[in-house]
Every structure is written in C-alpha cells, then in structure tokens.
Design a protein around this ligand. Structure first.
Ligand SMILES: [Zn+2]
Ligand SMILES: [Zn+2]
Ligand SMILES: [Zn+2]
Ligand SMILES: [Zn+2]
Length: 337
C-alpha cells in the first residue's frame, strides 16, 4: 500500500523536472559565464562579451600545493582563490643552516698556529670553517740576558715564550748623565757653547750639537742631509734642566738648484713629541739656499728636563738640504746677551 502511493507521487514530480531542464537549455548557453583574472582581481565574462566589476581574490593557503623551504633550497607557497581558482605563488626564503660545532674536526689555536672552528649543518651537512685568533705568547723574563741601562749603555729586557720559545727583546733607554758645572767654550769659528762632564761615565755633553751626531732619523732621509719633501732629522741629547734659546746654524743648498729663500719658520720642530711654537718676537733670518756661509737664526725656546730629551726638525714643504756641517746651539736663556 505504502509503496504504490509513493511511486504515484514521484512520477509527476520527475516528469515536471525533466520538462524544466529541456526548457532551460537554450537560455543557459546564452548566459554562460567564465572567470578571468590577474594577479589581484577576478571578474566574469559572459557569452555575449559583457564583463562584471573586478573583485579581489579570496585567497586561502593550500597546503597540498607548494614546497617548503629548506636550508639548501628556496620553497614556494601556493594560495588559491576560492571563487575563480587563481593560484598565487610566493617564493619562501631559504632557512638558515642549523650549524653544530664539529669538535673532532676543529683545532685550537696556539701562540704560533691559528686554530679553526669547524661547524656542520645538521640538516644538509654544509660545512662552515672559521679561523681562530692566535693566542698571546706566555712571555717569561730571561734575567740572564738582561742589560741594565746606565747613562752610557742602552739597556735590554729579554723575554722568552714558555710555550713556543719566541724571544722578544725590548730596549731600555739610557739613563740621564750626572752633569757637573759647565765650562764656557768657544770654537774655531767663534761659536760660544758650554760643555758639561758626566761624573759617572766622564762623557762630555755639549750645548752645541753637530748635524752629523743625530741619533734618530725617520722619513725620507738621504744620509747626513734632510733631502726632500717631508725629510726629518732628529737628535737625542741631554742638557741641564732649564730654558734654552735654540740657534740653528747651517750651510744650505737646494737639491733642485736655483736661488731660493729658506725661512726657518718653514721648519717643523718637535720637542719630546710635541710641536714647538716659534717665538715670533725673535727675528728669524731668512737665508738664500745657495749661500756657502753659515747662517744662524734664533728661532725657538725649549725647556730641557735634565733627562734624555728628543728633538726633530722636518721640512714638510720644501726640497731643502741642510748640509751635514750644521749646528744646533742651545744657549741658556739667562746668559743670552
Ligand atoms: Zn579569484
Ligand atoms: Zn643546512
Ligand atoms: Zn709563544
Ligand atoms: Zn754619564
């Protein structure tokens, strides 16, 4: 009973549905739409060529597509538009390596040989090597090689590395002389100066220093002369503590020839590492470079410490030659007439 009733209801419904389908076919072809898209939008294009307004994609990550990044290769992420099916692909940067130190392959530094830290990526086995700094030497003083400085002998400190036997020697400067009362002197050209005798080593210390008694030279220096731009000449000396006017006395010549005038203020003087200020109240005598006569200029004042002092002269701008037959004369300020 029940079955028969149900079939009788279904048959009219099905026939109605079939009729509806046949009827709709012709009009559906006309209205058929398809999606078109660009990187940001999708829109529909109807069969008759009309288009809809652009709409933004509705993107969702599709984890079944794309590839994950590793430390060896870039990855790719794929998002799919739920409306039009557009796939947006984005590159994913490589992951950083997961380096783990490989202690067996690493080497430690010593004071002679630089070590190396070796690391290996636990994912892709990439190897990274980093050089290590040398260790400091472990210096121990070797007293048997030491030289104690005196006023006449330069001292020496000798150290040896207890690990690699590297030897390091350091000079220790002479100590100051023990100067007694000075003796006034005059040389064969009439230059006045003072001589002092050291009571320890009996060396004579003069307030007149010849150019060829320099103890320290640097810069572009031709033997015995300041020859070129930037040339520098230096002296190490000791005078009893006090103020001195410094007279500069030399024969000049020019390495490039021709007549030139040299002004003493063109010389840069340092005293114990500090630049010396010229005393502009004193007259610096400018001299012709080709003069064969000695020329003297008072051009600065120093204060001697009574210890071992250092002075340098430099001509940074001129091709100037100071002949070796020159003198620096220190006159105690109190006795300058
Ligand atoms: Zn879309
Ligand atoms: Zn890796
Ligand atoms: Zn060492
Ligand atoms: Zn001495």
């Amino acid at each position: 009973m029940k079955k028969t009733k149900l079939i009788s209801i279904l048959i009219p419904l099905l026939s109605m549905g079939l009729v509806g389908c046949d009827k709709g076919d012709a009009s559906d072809i006309k209205d058929e739409v398809k999606y078109e898209s660009d990187a940001s939008y999708h829109w529909t294009v109807a069969n008759d060529g009309s288009t809809s307004e652009k709409e933004k994609h509705t993107l969702a990550l599709d984890e079944s597509k794309g590839t994950p990044a590793t430390c060896a290769e870039k990855g790719e992420k794929v998002e799919v538009c739920s409306v039009c099916g557009y796939e947006k692909k984005t590159s994913i940067a490589k992951k950083t390596h997961n380096y783990v130190e490989d202690a067996a392959s690493s080497t430690a530094s010593t004071c002679k040989v630089a070590g190396e830290k070796v690391e290996k990526c636990s994912v892709c086995n990439d190897v990274k090597k980093t050089p290590l700094a040398l260790l400091d030497h472990t210096y121990v003083e070797d007293a048997t090689q030491a030289v104690v400085p005196t006023c006449s002998v330069v001292g020496k400190k000798v150290e040896k590395c207890s690990v690699c036997n590297d030897v390091k020697a350091t000079e220790i400067p002479r100590t100051a002389h023990t100067l007694g009362a000075g003796t006034a002197k005059t040389d064969d050209k009439g230059r006045e100066y003072t001589e002092f005798e050291c009571s320890e080593c009996h060396q004579t210390v003069s307030t007149k220093i010849a150019f060829n008694t320099y103890e320290d030279i640097s810069g572009t220096f031709a033997e015995g002369k300041i020859a070129k731009d930037g040339g520098k000449i230096g002296w190490t000396f000791q005078l009893p503590a006090g103020d001195y006017d410094v007279f500069f006395e030399a024969k000049f010549s020019s390495s490039s020839g021709g007549n030139r005038t040299f002004a003493t203020r063109q010389v840069v003087v340092t005293y114990n590492g500090n630049n010396v200020e010229y005393d502009t109240s004193k007259t610096a005598e400018d001299v012709g470079m080709n003069s064969s006569e000695y020329k003297a200029c008072t051009f600065f004042t120093i204060t001697a410490t009574g210890g071992v002092d250092k002075m340098t002269m430099q001509n940074p701008n001129y091709r100037l030659v100071f002949d070796t037959e020159g003198y620096i004369v220190f006159k105690p300020v109190a006795t300058v007439a």
